[in-house]
Design a binder for this molecule. Structure first.
Ligand SMILES: Cc1cc2nc3c(=O)[nH]c(=O)nc-3n(C[C@H](O)[C@H](O)[C@H](O)COP(=O)(O)OP(=O)(O)OC[C@H]3O[C@@H](n4cnc5c(N)ncnc54)[C@H](O)[C@@H]3O)c2cc1C
Ligand code: SF4
Length: 238
């Protein structure tokens, strides 16, 4: 935000670490410095190297509008409800909420990246175009086709359950991918791979997903496609 220079922040943190006499561990200081000097500067570099074209990239050709619950939190999906409500209340969500809940849901549903960008830019206190855009359009939506990341950050409910306590109180069942109570993240995770096979199957980091898909019973693949179409048709009511 041009209030502090990254160098000043990194040097102050390292000074505090060296004075801490072991209270701050090397792993703690290394992680923090790497985020500032690594991720943050990488995002800045991506923005200034690839703009203005970057803002128009849409690798998957996604064009679905954002559902209403991004603005009111009124959804049965506990993870989305909590992450959105907190974002609207506090103008802040931590990285995993942004990446693996709201971002993950958006990429799996095929939401138009222009709408996703406008949402992140509009609601977070730390959002400025140069940092929000590569994080959202690149890291989270893979709309840049791989400039920021080497593969799309998508996950099924298993990861959300591992990283949070959202699933235990949810209307949906994080272990199921079919049926009324099957978690939409599960159905859409597999459907996303099926839908985007031509674009993704040659990506070596996604090979495992396609191998698992190819081992699934044909009937199950069909059931995923049918259920995913229902989920996406009824997206406003999830
Ligand atoms: C979809 C999405 C949108 C995001 N939008 C923004 C945004 O508009 N503005 C913003 O500052 N960050 C954004 N981020 C990055 C990140 O989520 C926040 O910087 C993070 O929540 C800060 O939390 P922290 O202070 O606990 O970070 P820590 O993990 O403790 O990292 C320390 C510091 O390093 C910097 N940093 C770490 N990761 C990133 C990153 N990916 N990009 C930029 N700086 C980083 C931040 O200054 C952060 O305070 C976004 C991430 C995603 C997935
Ligand atoms: S079951 Fe699915 S929708 Fe519900 S909290 Fe878990 S991941 Fe989110």
């Amino acid at each position: 935000m041009k209030l502090l220079s990254p160098l000043e922040v990194v040097q102050a943190a390292i000074r505090a670490w060296s004075k801490s006499k072991g209270k701050v561990s090397i792993e703690q200081i290394e992680g923090f410095v790497r985020q500032i000097a690594g991720w943050r500067e990488f995002m800045r570099g991506v923005y200034w190297t690839h703009m203005p074209k970057y803002k128009t990239l849409n690798f998957f050709g996604a064009k679905r509008p954002l559902p209403h619950y991004f603005w009111d939190g009124d959804t049965k999906m506990s993870c989305v409800k909590h992450a959105v409500q907190q974002s609207l209340d506090d103008a802040y969500a931590h990285h995993i909420q942004r990446l693996m809940v709201t971002g993950n849901f958006s990429i799996l549903c095929g939401i138009d990246p222009n709408e996703v960008d406008a949402w992140y830019l509009g609601i977070y206190a730390d959002a400025l175009d140069w940092v929000q855009l590569p994080n959202t359009r690149g890291m989270s939506q893979f709309a840049d086709g791989g400039i920021v990341g080497t593969k799309p950050y998508t996950s099924s409910a298993a990861y959300i359950n591992k990283m949070s306590n959202y699933c235990s109180g949810c209307f949906y069942n994080f272990k199921e991918k079919f049926g009324e109570r099957g978690c939409p993240f599960n159905t859409l995770y597999w459907d996303f791979l099926i839908r985007n096979r031509k674009l993704l199957e040659r990506n070596p980091r996604i090979g495992m997903g396609y191998r698992l898909l190819d081992k699934m019973k044909e009937g199950d693949v069909k059931k995923i496609t049918v259920r995913a179409a229902e989920v996406l048709k009824g997206i406003e009511k999830l």
